[in-house]
Design a protein around this ligand. Structure first.
Ligand SMILES: Cc1cc2nc3c(=O)[nH]c(=O)nc-3n(C[C@H](O)[C@H](O)[C@H](O)COP(=O)(O)O)c2cc1C
Length: 243
């Protein structure tokens, strides 16, 4: 059974609850500055119920980094074909998975170790938040919102997956390390760029196509994903099967 079929009715029902919990968390952020865990989207107990586990990422594949680099390019023409659970697992793990479980180290660097960028996976089934610690995805909104991640590039609606890299300034506040001036934007953008490049290389190794995209309908996506005011979309990346 694929991860999409694992979404039970009960899991669908708590999507509404997720939205409410995020809003409550925002209010709590003003009261409990020390309560970092309460503020990370999807970490609170109320939203734990609808996480869908992904298969462990296969890390023994034989394509070399140099070969993947030689094949990396932007693709804008995709077949209407799904990607496998295993491919989704690899892609999300490459984006920001835990690669050193003992130290909670991630596959991507983050300025001062602050995990300010979250990865949203947008498919024809819904918008999901990737949770690195459990290597799972959590439904944020049910439905096909892929076209909210673009300002009109039609291939986005055909490709099975778009990742949206979203920075949350609450992560900096929780860490008590608020970068000055433009630094926060630079740090978030560099982290998102590293994630996108990791994904680009894994996709190349898998024979999948990818396209990093800045052309995003920010308002439409923020509404669909129930983003908070503290959350800002940095960049999107579409991934799919080549025709
Ligand atoms: C920050 C950034 C934003 C981009 N935005 C878009 C976009 O909105 N739509 C698109 O089709 N390609 C977008 N691209 C992809 C570039 O057009 C592409 O990387 C460039 O033409 C070079 O082609 P290549 O990736 O095949 O080497 C973007 C790339 C970057 C790095």
């Amino acid at each position: 059974m694929g991860w999409q079929e694992k979404l039970t009715q009960e899991e669908m029902d708590v999507v509404k609850k997720n939205c409410v919990t995020k809003k409550i968390n925002l209010v709590l952020s003003g009261i409990f500055l020390f309560g970092g865990l309460l503020l990370v989207p999807g970490v609170s107990g109320a939203t734990r119920t609808n996480a869908v586990s992904l298969p462990p990422p296969q890390i023994t594949d034989s394509v070399s980094v140099m070969k993947a680099l030689s094949e990396r390019k932007s693709s804008r023409n995709f077949a209407v074909s799904p990607i496998s659970d295993e491919q989704l697992s690899k892609i999300l793990w490459a984006a920001n998975g835990i690669n050193r479980p003992g130290s909670e180290g991630h596959t991507t660097p983050a300025a001062m170790g602050v995990q300010s960028v979250h990865v949203y996976a947008v498919t024809d089934k819904g918008i999901f938040l990737y949770e690195p610690q459990s290597h799972s995805i959590r439904l944020q909104n049910k439905g096909d919102y892929r076209m909210t991640t673009t300002k009109g590039q039609s291939f986005v609606g055909k490709a099975p997956l778009t990742l949206v890299y979203v920075a949350d300034s609450v992560a900096w506040e929780n860490a008590r390390r608020i970068p000055t001036g433009d630094q926060q934007m630079i740090f978030d953008s560099v982290a998102a760029g590293a994630m996108a490049q990791n994904v680009g290389l894994v996709a190349a190794a898998e024979g999948l196509g990818t396209c990093v995209r800045a052309s995003i309908d920010h308002e439409a996506f923020a509404r669909a994903a129930h983003l908070l005011n503290s959350e800002r979309v940095i960049i999107a990346q579409t991934i799919g099967v080549l025709p």
